[in-house]
Structures are given as C-alpha cells and as structure tokens.
Design a protein around this ligand. Structure first.
Ligand code: IMP
Length: 437
C-alpha cells in the first residue's frame, strides 16, 4: 500500500469509518484533512462500537500515527472528551495522535451562531449538525477565526483578540434575535487556554510531518469526512456542509499535493441516505424508505436523527466520481437490500419533461428531478456471513455488476455488515451481469 485517499460519494454516512479501519491495517499514517465533529465515523470491533468525530478512524490500530491536519476545524473540548474515551479503551493516544497548530478552533459561540442561523433560515433551513462547523469555517474565510497556535505560540494577544471578536459576535446574535446569555469572553479565554495546554504535547506542524512522510514513502491513508454531494462547491448548494469534501482538498487541508496520491477510493452505499434538508432525487416516501431505515439502522451517528432513505442514484454518483477521479469503489451495506424485490436503480433524471444523465446545478431543478428507474431482480438470502463474491446470490452479483458498469469504476470491496470481518474482497472476482433467462 502507498498513498490512498478515501472519500464518501453520497451525502455522508456511507460507512467510511469501517473502510478506513480496514485499510488502516496496512497504513502507517492516517489523516483527517477537512470537516470537524459534524462527522461521525463508526467502527465496530468484536461487537464493541466506537464512534469517532475528530480523531482518524485508524487510531484503533496500535502503532498507526493519526493526524488531524490544519483543514479540520477542531472543537478542543470535544476532542479532549474523545481522547479520554479512547484512553479508557487502552489506546495510547499520546503516542498515536498529532494535531496541526494551524487547525481552526470551533468556539462556544460558533454553536450558538449555527443554531441562530438555522432558526433564521426559514424554508432554507439546512438541518446542520449544530456543531458550529459552518460559522467556524465562515470565520476562517472572513479572517476572524482562532487557530490552535493562538492557544500556544500566539497566546499572548489571544485574550484581547477574543474579547474584540466576542463583542462583534454578541451584536450579531442580538441582530439574529438570539441574544440569550451574554458571551463571557474571559471564561472562554480561561477554558480554551487550559484546553490548549492539555493538547499541547500533541500539537505540531503536521504539514511538514506529512510532507516528510510522503518523501520517506510511508504508506498514508487520507480519511475524507462527509460526502462528495455535501461539498460546498460541488454539492447540492446551499444544502451542503462548509468544507470541500472531495479528494482535492488534501492539498489545502493537509499540505500534501493531491498528485502524490496513488489511489482514490470512493465509498458508496448500495442505496442512498441523507440527513438534514436538501434535494434527494431518489428519496423513497413510501414504506420502502422506512424499511431501508429500519434494516440499515439509518440514524445519525452524531445527532441520532433519522436519515432519509431511497434507492441508488447513478446520475448523482457519476457526477462526483468524475469530479474526483475515483479509481475504485467500496460498496457498503449490500446486506440491507435482501428482501427488496425488485430493486430500483435510478439511471437518468427527467426534469420538466426533459431527460438528462447530468446532475443539475440549479437548486430548483435539483428539487424537481423525477428519477427514471431501472428495475433489477432482488434476493432473499441473508448476506451478513458471506465472505467471498462467488458465494453471493446471482442477483446480488448482478446488482454489483450493474453498479460497476453504470459507474465505470471497479468494485474493490463489498461490506455486508458493521463488523470488520463482514467484508468481501472483489479484486480477484469478475462481477458480470447475469444474462436474463
Ligand atoms: P453542518 O456540516 O453541521 O453544517 O451540516 C450541513 C449539512 O451537512 C447538514 O445537512 C448535515 O446533516 C450534513 N452533514 C454534516 N456532516 C455530516 C456527516 O458526517 N454525515 C452526514 N451528513 C452530514
């Protein structure tokens, strides 16, 4: 293994945590480079479930160096909680984790701004995770944010700068009719400087560390968060997150040239889900949506919200596969589709009477998509203990072969359950469509 980037190809929750955990067996370094604690990467090992929000999922393998690079917005309080949760599990976080001094900090007022902005959006409510991610990235771009270094090397003028920023945020909250308790700049200063001291032994210049790792030809795994359809530029704007979720942001978010990546792996669920508001062309409003939610346990790992569910959307997937130059696919949750017969796959859109195989840019058009489905035969067998592609029912192999053909990218792995062991390696097996009898 060399340098691999793993990204989600839908609206997040594709099962990236498990895939990273598996690939991390062969990696020396695992890196998060965008997003923050809006992410919830679930890993189940021997029946024990761990949900990671900011720390790379590779941390569950001892000896892996895990890096939170500067493109991640860090909530230091929640990060300390996550570190302590892992330490209780016996993980040597001090040895395994490094955090960039350039990470922007999620401040307590970012969460208040997030909630206030949502309350003021009316019909345009995004359904954010409420973790302050959007306001933190907004402050970064507006050049009024605080970074990890402001709690350490640049701490001298932190209290003064924070007090000035808090005064402006207070006015903003009042204008949004979300005044509440006045923000206590002195209390935040004290709390954040203490958190800085707690995290200080882990903080370093990770861009240099990673550039050296690339030069030394160490194997590196870049762990994308959220999904490509939530990308602030390429996604269903404005119903997106506030970072670039594609593989290209490894350059800006980690300080490593995307050209050094050997393989881009796209993780894609065998059906679609979305949490929060926004266009979802194949959303199933009937009982099949409910069935997918219950069978797939589609509830948010970060917020517990029920996820919206629907059938597989080739048009949306193809758009992000092309934009990200995806080399291989990992298909997750195939087991959830047992008992759905027939299975529906959206192969084209109809928008105001016109057929297209392109994902529209206009939000009005995104909302008016009528999916055109192809029906595929389903299967009844339970797939959760299948470990070889040859042992899958012919209909399941046909489903995968159709996905592979329509997306134009080979399938590397198929996941059939949450545990590490519930995985099928497809690299040696030709997945061919089963001829109609
Ligand atoms: P934010 O990232 O909290 O601002 O939320 C913006 C949108 O992205 C909302 O629709 C969230 O539900 C969605 N979102 C953010 N992070 C994730 C994730 O890790 N998985 C799935 N959806 C997410």
């Amino acid at each position: 293994m060399t340098i691999i980037s793993v990204i989600g190809l839908q609206w997040g929750d594709e099962g990236k945590g498990k895939v990273i955990d598996l690939l991390a067996q062969e990696a020396e370094v695992v890196v998060r480079y965008q997003g923050g604690c809006n992410a919830g990467h679930t890993v189940i090992v021997g029946g024990h479930k761990t949900v990671l929000h900011q720390i790379p999922s590779g941390v569950l393998h001892s000896g892996r160096l895990c890096v939170i690079a500067h493109g991640v917005v860090v909530d230091p309080k929640r990060l300390v909680d996550e570190i302590e949760m892992l330490e209780e599990q016996g993980i040597d976080v001090a040895q395994q984790l490094r955090i960039s001094s350039g990470c922007h900090l999620v401040m307590p007022y970012h969460q208040r701004l997030d909630l206030a902005a949502e309350a003021n959006r009316g019909q345009d409510r995004i359904g954010t995770t409420g973790r302050g991610i959007g306001p933190c990235y907004a402050d970064k771009v507006a050049r009024v944010g605080f970074r990890m270094t402001d709690l350490l090397a640049d701490a001298e003028d932190f209290p003064e700068r924070l007090a000035a920023r808090v005064a402006n945020v207070q006015r903003l909250l009042e204008a949004l009719d979300a005044g509440g308790e006045p923000i206590d700049a002195a209390a935040i200063t004290e709390e954040y400087l203490a958190l800085g001291q707690r995290l200080a032994p882990l903080v370093t210049d990770t861009a240099t560390l990673l550039q050296e790792a690339v030069a030394a030809k160490r194997s590196i795994l870049f762990e994308g968060a959220q999904g490509a359809l939530l990308d602030v530029d390429m996604g269903t704007y404005p119903f997106v997150t506030s970072s670039n979720t594609g593989f290209g942001s490894i350059g800006t978010g980690a300080g490593v040239s995307p050209r050094s990546v050997d393989t881009v792996i796209g993780v894609i669920k065998a059906y679609c889900t979305r949490v929060g508001e926004g266009p979802f062309p194949t959303e199933a409003h009937d009982e099949s949506g409910e069935q997918l939610r219950e069978r797939g346990q589609e509830y948010g790992a970060t917020t517990g919200r029920p996820r919206r569910c629907g059938f597989f959307d080739v048009v949306a997937a193809r758009a992000v596969i092309e934009a990200n130059g995806v080399d291989e696919l990992v298909v997750t949750k195939l087991d959830v589709l047992s008992d759905f017969d027939p299975l529906r796959v959206c192969v084209k859109y109809r928008i105001e009477g016109r057929e297209t195989d392109r994902f529209p840019v206009s939000r009005r058009e995104q909302q008016r998509v009528e999916p055109i489905y192809e029906e595929l035969p389903g299967w009844k067998q339970d797939l959760s203990s299948v470990t070889r592609a040859e042992d899958l029912p012919a209909e399941a192999r046909h489903y995968l072969a159709t996905m592979q053909e329509l997306l134009g990218v080979p399938i590397r792995l198929v996941s059939v359950g949450a545990d590490r062991r519930q995985i099928i390696d497809c690299r040696q097996t030709r997945l061919e469509p089963v001829p109609e009898s």
